[in-house]
Design a protein around this ligand. Sequence first.
Ligand code: IVH
Length: 669
Amino acid sequence: MATAQDPALEIEELIAKINHLNYQYYQNSVSEVSDLEFDQMLKRLEELESKHPELRLPHSPTQRVGGTVTKNFETVFHKWPMLSLSNTYSEEDLREFDKRVRKIVGDEVEYVCEQKFDGVAISLTYENGKFVQGATRGDGTRGDNITANVRTIRDIPLQAHGKNYPELFEVRGEVFMPLQVFEQLNAEREETGEQLLANPRNATSGTLKQQDSSVVANRKLGCFSYSFHTENSPYETHSESLQAIQKWGFKVSDTWRKCGNIDDVMAYINEWETRRTELPIATDGVVVKVNSYALQEELGFTAKSPRWAIAYKYAAENASTKLLDIEYQVGRTGAVTPVAILQKVALAGTVVKRASVHNANEMQRLDLRLGDTVFVEKGGEIIPKITGVDFEKRPAESQPILYPTHCPACGTELVRTEGEAQFYCPNEKGCEPQILAKLEHFIARKAMNVDELGPKTLVQLYLAGYVRNAADLYDLTLEQLVPLERMGEKSASNILKSLDKSKETPFERVLFALGIRFVGSTVAKKLAEELPDLEALRGATYEELIAINEIGDRIAQSIIAYFQDPDHVQLVERLKAAGLKFKSERTAPEIQSDKLESQTFVISGVFESVSREELQQLIVSHGGKVVSSISKKLSYLVAGDKMGPSKLEKAEKLGVKMLSEDEFLAMIK
Ligand code: IVH
């Protein structure tokens, strides 16, 4: 860090930098620097300000808790401010904290150690045991009201269990995305050509900001609760509160422990630094809290954090190494991604030789040059990332890396859509890596599952000129296959059998296999549920598409554009002629009554006691029909929580009768 010539100047620079980083972190869920670097900057600023109090500015990040509030949700005030914790990275600092505490409250102090969960903080309000509000931390004083989204999280009770809870209370906790869900989400984003999410925390924060709570429900977020707030608490200690909220149905991680002294605290920290991989959520340290509420009160707060708690943070593992080259990968959708080729270096238990640079903006921001010594870090991230350049070690004659203007594979000029960070190669039908990646996607297990065909054989088939698109696969003959290198009769006939078998693949997976941009497996399933065959899909208008839950503007546009291309229409026709399934085969539910005979229903939103699928089955099993779009002839709209505003508006305009979940269930009782 630059040492100050002039403290006023350094303060100003630090404020600008930290405020920018805070904005990036809270608004865009982007961490541009490591936590350690961030904390060092903040510490330096605090130091300077306490040395020169006359230079303390009102907009300094030390004067408030951090973050700002987004516009999309209603802003709500926190009854008790949501403070942050002071951080430490060393045993020495932690022992200092303990000394300070004991100096104020005496030696009889007990601590509670907990995991520092690396998710998104949430405040949950309960009135008479009922969950009434979920809010983000925002700037600590006010946050976003995201109640509808929070309701979908199963670790959070909608009604507290038992009886002995206060009339009004708040529970705070950390919302997280289980690692498995995160990995699946990223796999889906890869499939649809979207940029990968850096870590589960970003994924969680993005999910909580979704306007459609059914999307949130699908992401299966979890929540570990860690604190309890009420007027005149009936409990004397934090640990008693944890036990109480657990009884009321909140999920409390059972990893917390009471520690009688700082040595026990250190032992807990050392134990969990290695054991943290056992947890379903990433942790980035340990939170140490004074257990007694009376002592907490005695210790009080500084402007932004309590004096009775501290976060001990594990250092993110990092290393420095040389940047040897930048490779440009062309993906299935034509997106060009720069990948840094590094001199091998050991990092967090693995050998790293490649790191993602995401896109051209990121490359520019980092100011990378070949031969640079770069810092790589692996924290919560799965893929290591370059966090910066060691400019002192930059070779004298190095030149900035120019981002290619043309596709590294086929030479076509790259294009960039406004608002997108990625460059694309538009030569969809002639660019080899794109064609091969499309074919690979088509035969993949989650798509057509042609398990006898592998990427190497695909390349052979491509080079032999037999295959240019998915439909060509179904025209392959034994005569073409057998002469190929390392093939033989047996393998050739297995490939043909496997292709034949793939014709049994259900419609939703065929749809996914087509590789329409933004149509991942979940969206394909949704489409196949709502639009029963190819004709319905091809004929669907923009309005009809976006009326389907989870299908937004971008997906609808992409589907329409796909079918506007005559080559795609021809491809799909050929696949259909080859015998692939372009029609949903729903097993008809058992008929239970004819109570809903000749009635039509549209289902919208999310429901408390039944899933949408169950609701559909119920309607059909009682003789009714489920349709996808609202018209004057529609008998009922079954409206759940968070239903699409366009549907609501249309239903109101046409005077369609609306049913709540309970009203509907009463109809078939
Ligand atoms: S206690 C003033 N306990 O860390 C008390 N916080 O830097 C602050 N966090 O915003 C909250 N795990 O998002 C507490 N076991 C834990 C925690 C935890 C993670 C987060 C929380 C908070 C931030 C404070």
